[in-house]
Design a protein around this ligand. Structure first.
Ligand code: HEC
Ligand code: HEC
Ligand code: HEC
Ligand code: HEC
Ligand code: HEC
Length: 386
């Protein structure tokens, strides 16, 4: 029977079927090999970086633990961005024709400005894809059941069992693990520009002025050396606006033993001004109160000095509403931003410190946010200056 079939294959048609099968087979192997070679050469860091070198993603990745770590296991671009399984991998490669389009026909990331403008959109694509696949690429290397959770950092020990129970996926909590997060405050940046605009036409004879940025305060009008620094969102009282600089009074509270700092409220570490040594003797001191809760002595104080006429507005509410927006935009990417009243004013310092590394906030934005949260905390309830 087999013999018969064999003979027919060689004789039945002008081009025997067997020859066809062999040619087809060889062709298939060549095509298959070529295809896989194409998949291989397009699936390594060098290839990715040939287009992505100019953007910060590569530099940021090189400082991450996925580039270099104690174990010496490196995750390269395709490890996180290209599926290993054949089917999804082919689909990803086909999707990559969009990248070719944006490389050659409608460049979207060829300058740092364009990249920044597109970064949030691209990051959202990645987050969406990872969420859809239950972080499949992460799980090629990591898995909950091979993790020694009780040997992990404290926060991981708390969150991983919760993640397993609630079925949340790696990317829900681990955004920004290889690159910096996109600057989500872009919309608020525009709002801030409007506040700056207001500051250019503000009257320095107003009853109150509120600072938009950290600013120097001087003992004398023509000093070049500052006596201290007034922090953002501090409301000062203009005393004399006739000169080159405006003479202002900063008020607040100081704690015994930390006289260089003027805080916004007694008992709360909400910063208004940090003074240098020379300025401290010039501080006017009022009544001292011993707080029952802590036994600390707090004194009502004020300091009068000169500030440059810039970056102040008279409408503090505009600054607070901007701060609220900045908070929502920066802190609700990975989880809902908790209500400011969820923590005590002094607790917010530590909470914010552990979270700002996840954000692209500037130093002054961090200070502003901290003050906003502290002044709306559980134990200040939006009293203070708000
Ligand atoms: C031919 C140039 C080129 C190469 C090579 C290239 N990319 Fe891209 N990539 C781009 C461009 C352009 C975009 C922006 C596409 C857009 O604007 O929609 C992009 C976007 C991305 C994004 C954003 C997410 C998305 O899907 O929109 C990721 C992630 C990415 N590339 C990863 C990689 C990886 C990993 C490699 C290597 C396997 C790679 N790229 C190779 C040009 C390239
Ligand atoms: C190619 C394998 C590989 C892939 C893919 C991979 N990782 Fe990792 N990951 C590692 C290695 C190796 C380390 C470092 C371990 C060590 O500290 O020695 C690491 C470390 C981490 C850490 C600890 C970071 C720190 O600060 O110590 C987190 C979190 C993490 N990975 C999450 C992820 C997530 C989320 C993904 C998917 C987007 C992912 N990993 C994909 C191999 C990988
Ligand atoms: C509910 C949130 C959450 C989820 C979901 C989650 N993690 Fe984590 N993970 C954390 C926290 C919080 C830490 C500690 C981070 C820190 O200390 O900076 C952590 C730490 C880690 C570490 C470092 C552990 C150590 O202490 O060395 C690795 C690796 C890691 N996660 C991988 C993963 C992977 C992979 C997944 C998905 C399978 C995942 N995580 C899902 C919250 C989560
Ligand atoms: C450990 C996993 C991991 C590795 C390795 C990795 N990425 Fe990413 N990449 C991500 C995640 C997660 C995002 C989504 C944004 C975020 O959370 O930072 C992302 C986002 C991006 C984006 C979209 C823009 C942005 O900044 O969000 C580009 C482009 C990109 N990656 C390219 C690369 C290139 C090129 C490499 C190699 C040099 C690389 N990635 C290595 C995990 C990784
Ligand atoms: C990249 C994702 C990410 C961003 C952005 C982020 N968080 Fe978180 N946040 C986490 C994760 C993961 C946890 C749980 C583990 C932990 O405490 O580190 C967490 C926990 C918290 C907690 C509870 C911690 C505690 O001590 O009870 C608070 C409050 C919080 N975040 C506030 C913020 C604020 C405020 C911002 C904006 C400045 C912010 N988060 C931005 C990921 C993020």
């Amino acid at each position: 029977m087999i013999k018969k079939l064999w003979q027919r294959m060689w004789t039945a048609s002008p081009l025997p079927l067997a020859v066809l099968i062999i040619i087809g087979g060889i062709g298939g192997i060549i095509f298959w090999g070529g295809f896989n070679t194409a998949m291989e050469v397009t699936n390594n860091l060098e290839f990715c970086v040939s287009c992505h070198e100019m953007q910060p993603v590569y530099e940021e990745y090189k400082t991450s633990v996925h580039y270099q770590n104690n174990s010496g296991v490196r995750a390269e671009c395709p490890d996180c961005h290209v599926p290993r399984e054949w089917g999804p991998k082919v689909i990803r490669k086909i999707q990559a024709t969009n990248e070719l389009y944006h490389k050659f026909i409608d460049p979207s990331i060829d300058t740092p400005e364009k990249f920044e403008a597109n970064r949030l959109r691209l990051a959202k694509n990645v987050w969406h894809a990872m969420k859809e696949t239950d972080s499949r690429e992460c799980r090629n290397c990591h898995a909950f059941d091979t993790m020694k959770i009780d040997g992990q950092r404290e926060k991981a020990q708390k969150m991983h069992p919760k993640a397993i129970k609630e079925g949340s996926t790696c990317i829900d909590c681990h955004k920004g693990i290889a690159h910096k997060l996109p600057d989500l405050s872009a919309a608020s940046k525009q709002a801030f520009e409007m506040l700056k605009e207001q500051s250019r036409t503000v009257s320095y004879n107003a009853d109150h002025l509120t600072t938009l940025a950290t600013a120097n305060i001087y003992l004398n009008e023509d000093d070049s050396k500052a006596a201290g620094r007034v922090l953002p969102a501090t409301t000062v009282e203009p005393v004399d606006a006739s000169g080159e600089r405006v003479k202002v009074k900063v008020s607040g509270w100081s704690q015994k033993g930390a006289e260089k700092i003027i805080y916004a409220m007694k008992g709360q570490r909400i910063f208004n001004t940090a003074l240098g040594k020379t300025a401290v003797p010039m501080v006017k001191r009022g009544e001292t109160i011993t707080l029952e809760s802590t036994g600390q002595d707090w004194t009502e104080v004020s300091f009068t000095g000169f500030m440059d006429k810039k970056d102040m507005i008279s409408d503090a509410d505009a600054l607070w509403s901007y701060s609220g927006e900045l908070y929502e935009n920066s802190c609700s990417v990975c989880h809902n931003a908790p209500s400011p009243s969820h923590f005590l004013a002094n607790q917010w310092i530590g909470v914010l410190k552990s979270m700002v590394r996840y954000t692209a906030l500037s130093k002054d934005e961090q200070r502003l946010l901290q003050k906003y949260l502290q002044l709306n905390a559980q134990d200040t309830g939006g009293k203070g200056q708000h």
